[in-house]
Write a protein that binds this ligand. Structure first.
Ligand code: ZN
Ligand code: ZN
Length: 116
């Protein structure tokens, strides 16, 4: 093995890497063009807490989990409000739609409440 051969392999790997990066950037731009949903929040996703049932017997939790997502029917300490119709939707439901939009070419994210 000589040094020239090694450096050629390196260059090839790097090129492929860059192509992938550019390619995925184009894909994301395409998804963004089809889907007008933008999430504006200052709350970190890891701070979003969820309960499957309303904590009716726990005073502290009752105060904390005061938002209800009408899509997944769960309770949250924080929730997103749609700017189109002022309805609640949780971060996970938006996340599911975003995931679906990345996999299914024809899927368009729309508001679950008013369909805009
Ligand atoms: Zn939800
Ligand atoms: Zn809406």
């Amino acid at each position: 093995m000589n040094n020239n051969y090694d450096s050629n392999v390196d260059a090839e790997e790097r090129d492929r890497d860059e192509w992938q990066r550019v390619h995925s950037a184009v894909e994301y731009a395409d998804i963004r063009a089809r889907n007008k949903v933008r999430i504006k929040t200052k709350i970190n996703k890891k701070d979003v807490q969820v309960r499957d049932y309303y904590p009716s017997h726990d005073k502290v939790e009752r105060k904390l989990f005061k938002y209800y997502c009408p899509i997944c029917l769960r309770y949250f300490n924080t929730i997103l409000v749609s700017t189109c119709c002022d309805n609640y939707i949780c971060r996970f439901c938006i996340g599911d739609m975003a995931k679906k939009a990345k996999c299914e070419k024809d899927f368009v994210i729309s508001c679950s409440h008013c369909n805009t």
